[in-house]
Design a binder for this molecule. Structure first.
Ligand code: HEM
Length: 537
């Protein structure tokens, strides 16, 4: 008898749930949407239930290294810049409309939070990191971070030079070193810049943020000098753990609410390795303090420790920053070279500008390559702006409605009415599509034209948002542009010709994990393969 009652009660509950989901909620939403003057948005048609055909096509596009272009093609097929999609049982919106993006990130900031997948998945690895939290916790984390990105810290370029030198040494010593051509000029062996740059950004970020570098470039240099693997470095295990952590998080992001099914054990192992490194930096800072030695190199760590509630939070914030800072800056720098090898005249013009502004390679770097001079070098800045426009490092992003709300445009027959967004709905937005809209950028929107920035200004009317905008705008923007600018100047001073070895002028190749880096027809993770000719000073 009791069992029968239980089954009956469960049946009633299920019925209420179904009625609520499929009848009451839709009717309530429809009425509310009308009351708010919203219009319907078109939905993407799917052939298989739950949109499984789209998921499959998405996976194929990923294998073929063309995910951003796959999304562009879907926008083109829809014929509008705001539409709905039903995938794996959830209904989401996607937009590439400046006014909608502005609402999501700025004017209606409080109506939206980070998507659930991001909050839950990232929490495992990054805990209370600024990336994984919303509301008060985010406010606190942002305040903690602010002083770290002061102009003074961002200007500490002297930290970079040693790592750039190690990278150049790797380029010039691989495969028996430089080769001399018929004209007596020295060329490097083929090298993939996309594999070296994340090591460079990690080595310099750990030095700046933790006072001790991972020295993963040095580890690579040692390894290539002792192919037996002798002399392996701590930095290598840190680098490997970090690489794997990001790869696992990337896959888990794609699994959305099922993220927990994948990679738990390995993720925990990686996190332990990373935590051990941060702990050793904290201990080293303590020891330095007891011994009364210079604290300058531990400035960042100290300021973080003063603001965080415990050691675990320090680790979480540091790992969040490293996750935010390593691949993004490396990816931007790699994309710049991806564009330069395809446009030799731009390389030549930029090199000319660099020599005029900063002198040849042998000019002492301190005082000569400064934050101010990098910022004032217009053509260098235009190249970085154009690269970020054409090749978004973060091509897709999303927010989740924290309450019933609206987006300003995209609804109704001509897309000019607001769109009703019920609480819990994910709204995706694509900078890749937005940055290539011909109605906003002109007919040459798909071309690499740094000169367009002579007239345009970054930050115009929400049509250019490589670092997002509003209160959660990238806090590391200046740091990233300064670092990329510095690396470019040193590379262009050193090499007068760069010859691309994996160029395909027919299409772009994208290696999209957590961020989007250049891909390659030769090897997905060894992109921007090139040879470089050493300049005569
Ligand atoms: C070219 C390089 C970079 C690009 C394109 C970039 C892009 C972005 C974007 C789009 C966001 C917004 C994410 C969101 O709210 O959904 C963001 C946030 C953030 N970025 Fe960057 N980033 C870059 C470099 C860096 C660097 C070097 C650091 C630090 C070392 C950094 C630290 C952060 C932090 C801490 C946030 C979170 C801000 C917040 O939620 O308040 N970024 N970045």
């Amino acid at each position: 008898m009791e069992v029968k009652i239980l089954i009956f009660a469960a049946g009633i509950l299920l019925l209420i749930q179904i009625t609520n989901t499929f009848l009451i909620k839709p009717v309530r939403n429809l009425l509310k949407s009308r009351r708010l003057g919203c219009g319907p948005v078109p939905f993407e048609l799917t052939r298989w239930p739950l949109g499984i055909d789209i998921v499959r096509r998405g996976l194929r596009a990923d294998r073929e290294q063309r995910t951003p272009d796959f999304v562009t093609a879907r926008f083109e097929a829809m014929g509008c810049y705001t539409w709905g999609l039903s995938l794996l049982g959830t209904s989401n919106f996607i937009t590439a409309e400046p006014r909608n993006v502005q609402a999501l990130l700025a004017t209606q900031f409080d109506d939206f939070i980070m998507g659930t997948a991001r909050r839950t998945n990232l929490k495992t690895a990054l805990g209370r990191s600024i990336f994984a939290v919303d509301g008060k916790a985010w406010h606190r984390a942002r305040e903690t971070m602010r002083p770290i990105f002061s102009r003074e810290n961002v200007s500490r370029l002297e930290l970079l030079e040693e790592h750039v030198q190690t990278m150049l040494e790797i380029i010039e010593t691989r495969e028996q070193g430089l080769k001399i051509d018929n004209e007596g000029r020295a060329w490097s062996a083929p090298v993939s810049l996309a594999t070296l740059l994340p090591r460079l950004t990690m080595d310099s970020a750990t030095e700046l943020f933790l006072g001790q570098s991972t020295h993963s470039l040095k580890a690579l240099l040692t390894k290539s000098q002792h192919e037996d693997g002798q002399g392996q470095h701590d930095g290598d295990s840190f680098d490997h753990a970090f690489e794997r952590m990001l790869a696992i998080l990337g896959i888990r992001m794609r699994l959305r609410s099922l993220y927990w099914l994948y990679g738990n054990k390995e993720l925990n192992r990686c996190i332990n390795t990373l935590h051990a490194f941060v702990d050793s930096a904290i201990d080293a800072a303590d020891q330095a303090r007891h011994q009364g030695s210079s604290q300058l190199r531990y400035d960042f760590l100290d300021s973080l420790r003063k603001r965080c509630s415990d050691r675990a939070e320090v680790r979480e914030q540091v790992l969040g920053l490293l996750a935010a800072g390593r691949d993004t800056t490396a990816s931007l720098t790699a994309w710049v070279f991806y564009c330069l090898v395809r446009h030799p005249y731009v390389y030549k013009k930029l090199r000319q500008t660099v020599l005029e502004t900063f002198g040849p390679y042998s000019t002492p770097v301190e005082k000569n390559i400064t934050f101010e001079k990098l910022k004032g070098c217009a053509y260098l800045q235009h190249i970085m702006s154009e690269t970020l426009r054409l090749h978004s490092v973060v091509p897709f992003n999303s927010r989740c409605a924290a309450r019933d709300t609206t987006l300003p445009v995209g609804g109704g027959p001509d897309g000019t009415m607001p769109v009703f967004v019920p609480k819990g709905t994910e709204v995706n937005f694509s900078t890749h599509v937005l940055h290539r809209r011909k109605d906003l950028w002109g007919e040459d929107a798909n071309e690499f034209v740094p000169e367009r920035w002579e007239k345009k200004r970054p930050g115009m009317a929400w049509q250019y948002i490589p670092f997002n905008g509003g209160p959660r705008i990238c806090i590391g923007q200046q740091f990233a542009l300064t670092e990329t600018g510095y690396v470019l100047v040193r590379m262009l001073q050193r090499y007068d010709i760069i010859e691309g070895l994996d160029i395909d002028m027919e299409r772009d190749w994208h290696n999209f994990t957590v961020v989007c880096s250049p891909g390659s027809p030769l090897a997905r993770d060894a992109a921007v393969k090139c040879r470089l000719r050493v300049a005569v000073d």
